[in-house]
Design a binder for this molecule. Structure first.
Ligand code: PAF
Length: 283
């Protein structure tokens, strides 16, 4: 595995792979890799010939009160794991490589509508930061395929919309959430949970499952289901931010089951902000 930080080195390596007729697969990450990220890498490895991973903790997607400064940076461990998975190229840009004019001067991409709800409502500017960095990475790497996790389902939809609106000729692949045995979705932020909170955390998945089961069985009283879920989460010790039954296609509030439905939740547990979601097939 080759590691590069400079944009011209990245371009040279990718262009030479493309000249050889290789299909370029790309997984953007913020590092601190866990089995969820490695599953994205595995999928990219399976469907592409030349796999590029980026590690960049993107300041534009953090609010001033969030954990940008303390976000875990574990480049040596990450690099060893990626090398073992036969990644071809690791791109580790510095701030200056990503935002040469400074982060405050960067052109910003807004994906209206879908960015404003759910996580976007509580994290203003978050999805602008994500869309901006992903668009810039897409332009630098020029992949044929890019792979993202379905755990960040709203992010996946924002990126799909951005890629379609800006005519990126890139196939966006969503990969199912990887979970611990007890159901907790893998996340770099799980490390903020203490032992007591870790024991409570899987209840989020359980509550999502209960609601998904009700919907699959034909219950369409979505607002009542949301309210009941919020109460269960509070009783378990979470601080819910939202629990929402949405249309899968655009995450607008679901009114009936005529279109596919997704249930999404965000909660705080101690210092950790956890998000998770389930889609209900056949709705
Ligand atoms: O999902 C993430 O890790 C980040 O939001 C991403 C897509 C790498 C953009 O910084």
């Amino acid at each position: 595995m080759k590691t590069v930080s400079a944009v011209d080195e990245l371009r040279t390596a990718v262009h030479s792979a493309r000249r050889e007729g290789q299909r370029i697969g790309f997984v953007p990450t913020m590092g601190n890799l866990h089995a969820g990220h490695l599953e994205l890498v595995r999928v990219a490895r399976e469907i592409a010939d030349f796999v590029v991973i980026s590690i960049f903790v993107n300041p534009l997607q953090f609010s001033p009160n969030e954990d940008f400064a303390s976000y875990p940076r574990t480049l040596d461990e990450d690099s060893a794991q990626l090398s073992a998975m036969e990644v071809d190229l690791l791109f580790t840009p510095a701030m200056n490589d990503m935002y040469p004019g400074g982060q405050d001067a960067a052109s910003i991409i807004t994906v209206p509508g879908i960015s404003d709800r759910l996580c976007g409502a509580s994290r203003p500017g978050h999805f602008q930061g994500v869309a901006t960095v992903v668009a810039r990475l897409f332009n630098l790497v020029c992949p044929d395929i890019a792979v993202f996790g379905e755990k960040d389902f709203q992010q996946l939809l924002v990126i799909r919309r951005m890629a379609s609106d800006l005519a990126f000729d890139i196939e966006i692949i969503g990969v199912p959430t990887v979970r611990e045995l007890d159901g907790l979705a893998l996340s770099s932020r799980n490390r903020y949970l203490d032992a007591g909170q870790r024991a409570i955390a899987p209840l989020l998945y359980q509550v999502l499952n209960d609601v998904a089961g009700e919907i699959a069985a034909g219950n369409t009283a979505f607002r009542e289901l949301e309210q009941g879920a919020i109460e269960s989460l509070i009783a378990a010790g979470f601080q819910p931010e939202y629990f929402s039954v949405c249309r899968e296609i655009d995450l607008a509030e679901a009114q009936d089951a005529s279109q596919s439905v997704a249930v999404l939740a965000a909660v705080t547990l101690g210092k950790a902000r956890l998000i998770d979601n389930l889609r209900i097939p056949g709705c």
